[in-house]
Design a protein around this ligand. Structure first.
Ligand code: PLP
Length: 380
């Protein structure tokens, strides 16, 4: 099938595998082994990767904490801040359309005594600064807003939110899992205190991610999730995933290298895809803001056709309904629900996400194929 599920995960780039290979084979050392060359070589590779990643997001190497992925980074940011700032306050602000790795973590700390405000987005998935400002209380310690939504691709005004949080003296965390490698990000300029992301969303390996932690004065404090060998300056114990770290750095460098060309290529593909689908299928509608959106994502509802029925009929393309993480369940998307889309649209939405290896031939073929299948199913 034609792969149109790049938001779920991306294939490992050949150059990334090549960069990782030595650290999976001959250079297998533990980056914490300080007594021999194997350890020194591993540490050197980690140090270089750390500098590379930090410079690509506008931070410094002391601000990079490697984790197993964005899920862990989100958990560390939220639980870690809750534990470390309890004496200052216990209130958090977030959005109803966040990923479950955020929402479920907030649910968890609510059971510890935290208070969380879950703001409702507008029908196109956006949020206003006034909504955030109105939610801030004296005991608010952090706001967490995703950079780009995994289901709709909607991009929030992160710099404006960062500026507001800085002005109000509250920490700002962003789950940038879908934005890193798709949009140029500068954590310092955007006043981001904490930022989570995962290597496998931008052609890097799975099982490696990062939490950026602002260490400029006043440095963000975090209580670690894991106790152990005090790796990552105490923020995250556990033997470092050297091949993963090397791969993530290589992958990020590669995607950012031709970001603007790739973004315009994807925008052209997406426009031709969407224009044809929306004009050829009666009742097809777009979910999420038309412009404030990642260039490679299209979330479309197909009227009365249930996506649980439609997707198995679209055997020649690989897509998902809602987020891949919850698509095993028949629950409708909490993201679209929060955006107040109609019940019909809620149950008939499909997420199409393109990427580096998507060709115009594939898009042309998929477009005609979808129109053909959907119109056949509708006429039955
Ligand atoms: N946050 C967002 C917005 C995501 O899209 C994902 C993955 O789908 C995650 C967090 C979790 O990433 P991982 O599974 O790599 O931990």
């Amino acid at each position: 099938p034609i792969y149109l599920d790049y938001n779920a995960t991306t294939p490992l780039a050949a150059e990334v595998l090549e960069a990782m290979m030595p650290y999976l084979t001959s250079q297998f050392g533990n980056a914490s082994s300080r007594t021999h060359l194997f350890g020194w070589k591993a540490l050197e590779a980690v140090d270089l990767a750390r500098i590379e990643i930090a410079s690509l997001i506008g931070g410094s190497e002391k601000e990079i904490v490697f984790t197993s992925g964005a899920t862990e980074a989100n958990n560390l940011a939220i639980k870690g801040v809750y534990e470390s700032y309890k004496s200052k306050g216990n209130h958090f602000i977030t959005l109803q359309t966040e990923h479950k790795a955020i929402l479920d973590t907030f649910k968890h700390i609510e059971s510890w005594g935290a208070k969380v405000t879950y703001l409702k987005p507008s029908s196109d998935g956006l949020i206003t600064l006034d909504q955030i400002e109105d939610a801030i209380r004296p005991e608010t310690i952090m706001a967490s807003f995703m950079y780009a939504n995994n289901e709709t691709g909607v991009v929030l005004p992160i710099k404006k939110i960062g500026d507001l949080c800085r002005e109000k003296d509250i920490l700002f965390h962003t789950d940038a899992t879908q934005a890193v490698g798709k949009i140029p990000i500068d954590v310092s300029n955007e006043n981001i205190d904490l930022m989570s992301f995962s290597g496998h969303k931008f052609y890097g390996p799975k099982g490696i991610g990062c939490l950026y932690v602002n260490r400029k004065e006043p440095a963000v404090k975090l209580t670690p999730l894991l106790d152990g060998g005090n790796h990552e300056r105490g923020f995250r114990s556990g033997t470092l995933n050297v091949p993963g770290i090397v791969g993530m750095a290589k992958a990020l460098g590669l995607v950012l290298n031709d970001l603007s060309d790739e973004n315009s290529r994807l925008l052209n593909l997406r426009n031709s895809f969407e224009n044809k689908i929306l004009s050829s299928i009666v009742g097809a509608t777009l979910n999420g803001h038309v412009h404030h959106r990642l260039n490679h994502v299209s979330n479309i509802s197909f009227g009365e056709l249930n996506s649980e029925f439609l997707i198995p009929n679209l055997v020649k393309i690989a897509v998902s309904s809602g987020s891949a993480c919850t698509s095993a369940s028949l629950e409708p998307s909490h993201v679209l629900k929060a955006m107040n889309v109609s019940d019909e649209s809620l149950y008939s939405s499909i997420r199409f996400s393109m990427g580096r290896y998507t060709t115009s031939d594939e898009i042309e073929y998929s477009t005609n194929y979808i129109i053909d299948i959907v119109n056949k199913l509708k006429s039955w």
